[in-house]
Design a protein. Structure first.
Length: 599
């Protein structure tokens, strides 16, 4: 975990303007540190940013602003624009640069005293003053690109922290010392491209926030009179990201569609928000790592699956090599798609996936071979008297015997954090101050469970809940909150956890598939009326079909622009005039982070 200026993080800002410059004044929460950033408004096409190296007091900063006002009195002086909570990034289409800022935030949780926020409201502001804006700034194509960018709703499912690297798991934060500029280039920071120009120029991340896209929920639960906090985080990868039929399978860099890291964190409730122990477990979901796709169809609710040849399963191998870099060994694959069908669709991928794993394993030593488990969940759920969740929970318990989980003891001291401190050191926030802390890992997670169905939405979410439930039993046990490392499916805590995973599943399904998740197995577990469940499932199928066929192309365009996979250029065709093949290839060539191998 990163220390910056002795624990002083800029997190509240006020934006001012003169005719020639924007002045962004940032301060820390305690109002002890004040900084100033200057942005040139007389440059029509380039981004001119200058950071004032001085650290001011509040009075010194007010005096500076007064002097700026007096020096610009003849051209209108210094005017207040808005308060904000950080820069999301800068974007350029065909004309000037725009600055995207957070103007409202909501606190959604706390991890070891570090506040986690979502975005309440954002605003996009043109940088040049009106007298220097080129004509293209108000052209039809420019305005359409602006609408595309603004259609990415930053108030939904994006979250960030000023002082905690929320884009990384707790275990990575403890073990990996790469911080600051580098963390923006990891796979879960969605505004990496938007912040790149500023970070490269300033060589710091003091003014920007790193946005993670996915799901975050934290609640206090109770067990036998003892309170504990449960946090569920889903991080969606920005590599090969998009909507259901626009992004399928694996690309040549080994990146899969709908790649999501799920982390479940548990710690006991304490008066000062600093637990003495904390546990975490990570699992993964992602599209079947074969080269396959489906063409969007307005006539067919279930388009044909096209499977392409991949010599020696190169892309599949790259994907699993990337997983090993991220999580270590073993990699356990839980494949939930159908084994047999009247008209082969999923079963084609089932056979090819098994063949790919067998081929890859031939070149690996015994201790590093991929472990492939297959359960035809659709078939099992139709079989009378079969307890699907019970079967999945048994598989999850067996996998946890292989991978284990993270369990740390936390001790704090009043000594300031030493940047050269060894593994396990981190900064912990108590009230508004940071003190040194030592996280001593008693257990470390090794490897990961990778689950998939055909979309990695519905069946996958059920399996992830089963794994989360098995993990929660062990997490509470190592925290000495339970005597047995197991929670029964009918325990009230299982219902609480199911609510977490059901909400996460709905959120991720809307992001990727266009509708809430199909939760038939959850509904049956709760004993809900079958007819009502069937009606709900049918409506969700229709909603998903409509969104996939009619709204996803523009949604994919917006994602490609936001992530920088498509960058508009004068004299080149606009995004909406590209044919389907060109659309499909956007983002497949890899971004800077993919090429450098960061994950």
């Amino acid at each position: 975990m990163e220390a910056m200026r002795g624990g002083k993080f800029l997190q509240k800002f006020r934006l001012y303007e003169t005719r020639s410059k924007f002045y962004l004044v940032g301060r820390d929460k305690s109002r002890a540190l004040w900084r100033v950033l200057k942005i040139d408004r007389l440059e029509s096409t380039d981004l001119g940013i200058q950071e004032d190296p001085t650290s001011y007091t509040e009075n010194e900063c007010q005096e500076l602003l007064w002097r700026i006002h007096e020096g610009n009195r003849l051209t209108g002086g210094l005017k207040f624009v808005t308060k904000c909570y950080g820069i999301i990034g800068f974007m350029k289409f065909l004309g000037p640069y725009y600055m995207v800022i957070i103007t409202r935030r909501r606190k959604v949780g706390t991890i070891c005293g570090h506040d986690i926020y979502s975005i309440g409201k954002s605003e996009m502001i043109a940088i040049p003053c009106p007298i220097v804006c080129p004509n293209v700034a108000n052209s039809r194509d420019e305005n359409r690109y602006k609408r595309l960018l603004c259609s990415v709703d930053l108030t939904k499912d994006f979250f960030f922290s000023y002082s905690y690297n929320i884009m990384r798991s707790l275990q990575k934060n403890i073990n990996d010392k790469n911080t600051g500029h580098v963390v923006y280039e990891t796979m879960f920071v969605w505004n990496e491209f938007l912040t790149r120009a500023m970070r490269n120029h300033l060589k710091n991340t003091d003014w920007t926030v790193a946005l993670v896209h996915g799901f975050f929920k934290q609640s206090k639960l109770s067990l036998s009179g003892k309170d504990f906090w449960l946090t569920l985080i889903a991080r969606r990868s920005r590599h090969f990201a998009g909507t259901r039929f626009m992004k399928r399978g694996v690309n040549e860099k080994g990146r899969v569609a709908n790649d999501v890291e799920t982390e479940q964190i548990v710690f006991e409730d304490t008066p000062d928000d600093i637990p003495s122990q904390i546990t975490s477990v990570v699992q993964h979901r992602g599209s079947i790592p074969l080269v396959w796709f489906q063409e969007t169809s307005r006539l067919n609710i279930r388009p044909e699956i096209t499977l392409k040849s991949d010599v020696d399963y190169k892309a599949t191998r790259l994907h699993f090599e990337n997983l090993v870099l991220r999580y270590g060994n073993p990699i356990v694959i839980l494949n939930l798609i159908k084994t047999r069908e009247k008209k082969p669709r999923e079963s084609l991928l089932r056979a090819e996936f098994a063949k790919a794993i067998h081929y890859i394993n031939k070149g690996l030593p015994d201790d590093k071979r991929l472990k492939f488990l297959h359960m035809d969940l659709s078939k099992l759920s139709r079989r009378k008297g079969t307890n699907v969740l019970g079967l999945l929970n048994k598989v999850a318990s067996d996998v946890l015997e292989l991978t284990d989980l993270l369990h740390c003891e936390i001790t704090t001291t009043s000594k300031p954090l030493d940047a050269s401190s060894g593994q396990g050191s981190c900064d912990i926030k108590i009230n508004d101050d940071f003190c040194a802390a030592t996280m001593v890992p008693l257990l470390l997670q090794k490897g990961v469970l990778r689950t998939n169905c055909i979309d990695c939405l519905d069946r996958t979410n059920v399996a992830q809940f089963a794994y989360g439930l098995a993990a929660l039993g062990r997490q509470l046990h190592v925290l000495k909150l339970t005597e047995e490392p197991k929670i029964d499916l009918h325990d009230p805590l299982a219902d609480d956890l199911m609510d977490f995973y059901e909400r996460m599943g709905d959120t991720l399904a809307i992001q990727y598939g266009g509708s809430a998740a199909h939760n038939k197995i959850f509904c049956e577990q709760r004993g809900q009326w079958k007819a009502a469940t069937q009606s709900q499932e049918f409506l969700r199928t229709l909603q998903r079909y409509y969104n996939n066929a009619y709204t996803d192309p523009e949604k994919q365009d917006a994602i490609n622009v936001f992530l920088g996979h498509f960058q508009p250029q004068q004299g080149k065709p606009p995004l909406w005039k590209l044919d389907s093949d060109q659309h499909y290839n956007i983002g497949r060539q890899g971004t800077l982070s993919e090429e450098t191998g960061r994950c």
